[in-house]
Unconditional design. Structure first.
Lengths: 136, 393
């Protein structure tokens, strides 16, 4: 990918500036480089330009939503193999925190996401999942 | 025994039932349909009843319909049978009754005249269908919808709060790690995040409370154009600052109507504010037009707010009126605007709908049929302002 053996680059897609700041701090503190986008459309542009090693994705955003981003991302030959972790406050039926993950995983046209973290995230498992996905 | 309704069998034709089969059908249909049927004479006596009728109402021979159906000793005040005897029209209405073993029942009652060739009406047929179960299902469905709405609301609140919580945790993380790393900038940034999110959560709570409490609608005879003019005046400057032209069309001579003026004002303000946002978010930088109009068609007041902004994609358009749905990110609204608008329009007996095309713009239409508008409180009836068509902008 972008950084052979060097710093890994993570793309944060979220329309909440505070969430972006928080994730940036968490990831910088672990030595990752970050880039960000505030909606799905911008997310695709940044992904193509920056070639990140991993993406964290919010679901409900203005312009193009996360679901749309995910579908476009997974069907783009250039981007499809980059791991995507969903970070969302979307709640499923009956308050199911993982409802959206089940929804996405149930789509036959796209593979399930590589990770799923309901907001507010727990930093440790979140960082652990990223470290595992980036260790190859 | 079945009545002779004056139908004469013409004998079996090539594509007709033979007389015996018709007779069989008449007898069996009359007795087997799951509907209580009686035949009433002009002096309100029941002269015939089918099996279901006999089962439900007991002995009827020679008794008056009001006695058998309602247990009354004199004729009903609004007697549907008398009306049908008089004008020969079929009548349908819903009525409540009581089962013989107790419990409320609902009936769909139909009055059918038997009309002779000379136009005389010798009998009226009363058919009552028990729709108690249907009514019960209707009620259960409404209740389920209400509960689903509550569920959606809770999910919406949770969504908003979770983003705020994440902002607060981010702020705390920045303050804590800032202290560890002796990084004053980071501490300051974290503290700002905490402050911002505390403000956000307070605003959230205030808006929820306002929405939950709702406001008392004050209905008075009002000029339907007045709220349009007021709201446009309110937004003209904000629109101009964003390079948006606010265009107003008010049809002349629209009569006053019983309206909750403040409510309509709120609705239009929400729609115009959304339209301006849609233009601001649009990729095309300038020369946007938001057009607001009022007209009347066939006794329906029609308010329309049209923009040539970003429009909505399919996913967004599905959620427009759902609770707390917002695409505007942290700095704008809680997603209550359109929900409140819908609530106010429904209070007026009206409808709100929209069309939208991604990248081209959206049009929101409020339709208020005059017949369904709320009734005036007896002492609030006053003449509204004179309608005018003066352009505002």
């Amino acid at each position: 990918m972008s950084s052979a053996g060097g710093t890994k680059k993570i793309l944060i897609v979220d329309d909440e500036p505070d969430v972006v700041s928080y994730l940036e701090m968490l990831l910088h503190d672990k030595g990752y480089e970050t880039v960000s986008a505030s909606n799905g459309r911008e997310g695709i542009e940044v992904a193509k330009r920056e070639k990140p090693d991993l993406v964290t994705l919010d679901v409900s955003m203005p312009e193009a939503s996360g679901t749309r981003f995910y579908k476009d991302f997974r069907s783009d030959a250039e981007l499809a193999s980059i791991p995507v972790i969903i970070v969302t406050a979307v709640t499923g039926y009956g308050g199911d925190k993982y409802g959206y993950e089940k929804f996405l995983s149930g789509r036959r046209l796209v593979p399930p996401p590589d990770g799923f973290f309901p907001k507010p995230i727990e930093p440790e498992p979140f960082l652990k999942a990223i470290a595992e996905l980036l260790a190859d | 025994m079945t009545p002779d309704f004056g139908l004469t069998a013409d004998g079996p034709g090539n594509d007709m039932l033979d007389a015996a089969s018709r007779e069989w059908l008449r007898q069996h249909l009359f007795n087997e349909v799951p509907v209580a049927i009686s035949v009433i004479s002009p002096d309100f006596r029941i002269v015939e009843g089918n099996r279901r009728f006999t089962e439900e109402y007991g002995e009827w021979k020679g008794r008056e319909c009001y006695e058998v159906y309602k247990g009354r000793s004199e004729r009903c005040k609004r007697c549907a049978a008398a009306e049908t005897f008089a004008d020969g029209k079929i009548r349908t209405r819903e009525e409540e009754g009581t089962y013989r073993h107790g419990g409320k029942s609902h009936y769909l009652v139909q009055m059918l005249p038997i009309i002779q060739p000379d136009g005389k009406i010798p009998y009226v047929i009363e058919m009552s269908t028990d729709i108690t179960q249907v009514k019960k299902l209707e009620h259960e469905k409404r209740e389920a919808q209400r509960l689903a709405a509550v569920g959606e609301t809770v999910a919406g609140i949770a969504h908003g709060i979770k983003n705020v919580l994440m902002g607060l945790e981010g702020g705390l993380y920045a303050v804590n790690t800032g202290i560890e790393q002796e990084d004053d900038d980071r501490i300051a940034r974290g503290w700002m995040m905490v402050e911002e999110n505390v403000t956000r959560i307070s605003n959230f709570v205030m808006e929820f409370l306002d929405f939950a409490r709702g406001r008392e609608a004050t209905v008075s005879m009002a000029d339907p154009a007045k709220p349009v003019r007021e709201v446009v005046e309110l937004f003209v400057e904000r629109a101009a600052q964003s390079g948006i032209y606010l265009d107003v069309h008010i049809k002349e001579g629209i009569a006053s109507a019983p309206l909750d003026e403040e409510g309509i004002h709120t609705c239009l303000a929400n729609l115009i504010s959304n339209a301006i946002d849609a233009c601001t978010f649009s990729e095309r930088a300038s020369d946007h037009v938001v057009s607001v109009s009022l007209r009347e068609e066939d006794g329906v007041l029609i308010y329309e707010v049209m923009d040539d902004g970003q429009g909505m994609d399919y996913e967004v358009s599905k959620k427009v009126f759902s609770k707390f749905f917002s695409t505007k990110g942290s700095d704008h609204g809680t997603g209550l605007g359109l929900l409140t608008t819908k609530k106010i329009i429904h209070q007026h007996g009206g409808q709100i709908s929209f069309t939208s095309e991604e990248g081209k713009g959206s049009t929101f239409t409020i339709e208020l049929p005059r017949d369904d508008l709320p009734e005036l409180e007896p002492d609030t009836e006053k003449k509204g302002d004179q309608t005018s068509s003066e352009p505002i902008v």
